[in-house]
Write a protein that binds this ligand. Structure first.
Ligand SMILES: Cc1ncc(COP(=O)(O)O)c(C=O)c1O
Length: 393
């Protein structure tokens, strides 16, 4: 009987999904397991999409996406990051951040190649390496005092002649860690020294609470890298503009890579939905006001959950500077999936198990705090009660 390819069989399933599927079959759950805001897409973006449909954005577009959207993205980089990009050759619109990860990774890895991935991290990066028939080496972020860092010695030790790629996420999902200037420089130097592609997942760059004022983005790696460096940046409209269901993102890359990714797009997705691309243009042009309001709420939510967690027994949780997650470490925990399942069944609180995020993730749980206070407050109370009556996991 024909079988599913063994290379596909070995791609692990998402343990966030596994937990979510149990939760979705239940009523009345306080859902904090997925990485998305409870807020709907702002009205002006929805209106832009219906106008785009009426205006005829129902046909195929270029594989690299609408030139007008690429120009709008280049303009935003110039304004926010002081980075000049050529919209014609260095930006590729994708049908989401995860598709940008997919096409970027696929374009640089041959079967049997190796990739270094800083973890705990959203599992899709490592899974995309596996889907390219390449080998993942996960390098955990060490917790030093009250801040996560990068283990450059472990990175050095993991390089082999087959290593081609280093993937990191800043701001991090699930840690909320944001790479410092020195850490970014260290990663870039490391990649240059070993002749590796450096792939920076920057989809949370606008969700930043330590930039002096809210709305200031995390400085992109593109500020440090030249356009001739082997650097790629993955981006998305999902998080900044509450557009998870729309599936629009982009890839910034060296010209030759961007050119190849554009070609590959033809065979994968052809391009992101035409009217969604048009609406994304409007999000970039007019989204700052809504974003500012969201950031204020997110920062309050972070602080509310952080205070609550720090009052719970056996919890260690650094203050995150970005994204919308907390990743508390629970003393003595060795089965985060079992913990989350019991918490779900007994208390109707849905969290993502740390084990889902790869090396360094077990022993923690991820809380997405992009929800209303009416959900977060009882969720924290129930978690505290659950921990107080804690059994062994
Ligand atoms: C780190 C990271 N990168 C990329 C994505 C992709 O987002 P999307 O595919 O919705 O654009 C996510 C979504 O959760 C994420 O957490």
């Amino acid at each position: 009987m024909p079988q599913v390819a063994s290379s596909v069989e070995q791609v692990p399933h998402s343990r966030i999904r596994e937990l979510a599927e149990i939760a979705m079959s239940m009523q009345g759950v306080l859902r904090l397991y997925f990485g998305e805001s409870n807020l709907p897409t702002p009205e002006f973006i929805k209106r832009a999409a219906t106008e785009a449909l009426a205006d005829g954005y129902t046909f195929y577009t270029e594989n690299a996406g609408l030139p007008s959207l690429r120009r709008a993205i280049a303009k935003k980089y110039a304004e926010l990051q002081g980075v000049e990009l050529d919209p014609g050759t260095e930006i590729v619109i994708t049908a989401s951040g995860v598709q940008a990860l997919n096409v970027g990774i696929r374009a640089v890895l041959d079967p049997g190649d190796e990739a270094l991935v800083l973890t705990p991290a959203w599992p899709n990066g490592s899974s995309n390496v596996a889907m390219a028939n390449a080998v993942v080496h996960q390098i955990p972020h060490p917790l030093r005092g009250d801040r996560y860092g990068i283990d450059f010695d472990a990175l050095e030790a993991a390089v082999t002649p087959r290593t081609r790629l280093l993937l990191y996420t800043s701001p991090s999902n699930p840690l909320g860690w944001v790479a410092t200037d020195d850490e970014q420089q260290g990663l870039l130097d490391f990649a240059r020294r070993h002749g590796l592609w450096l792939l920076a997942d920057e989809v949370y760059d606008r969700l930043y609470y330590a930039g002096g004022s809210l709305g200031v983005p995390v400085p992109s790696i593109l500020r440090k890298a030249t356009r001739d460096d082997a650097v790629m940046v993955v981006q998305s409209f999902s998080k900044t503009y509450c557009m998870t269901g729309w599936r629009v993102g982009w890839l910034v890359a060296r010209r030759d890579l961007a050119h190849k990714a554009t070609q590959l797009n033809e065979f994968i997705i052809s391009h992101a939905p035409s009217f969604a691309q048009k609406a994304a243009e409007t999000a970039l042009a007019h989204g700052e006001g809504e974003l500012a309001g969201m950031l204020e709420r997110l920062q309050q939510n972070r602080d509310l959950c952080l205070d609550a967690l720090r009052g719970m027994p056996g919890i260690t949780v650094p203050k995150p500077d970005g994204a919308f997650y907390l990743f508390p470490k629970i003393e003595g925990l060795t089965d985060s999936f079992g913990f989350c399942r019991k918490l779900l069944e007994e208390c109707k609180v849905g969290l993502a198990p740390g084990v889902a995020f790869g090396a360094g993730g077990e022993g923690s749980v991820r809380i997405c705090y992009a929800a209303e206070r009416e959900i977060l407050e009882p969720a924290m109370e129930r978690l505290a009660r659950f921990l107080n009556q804690r059994r062994a996991f």
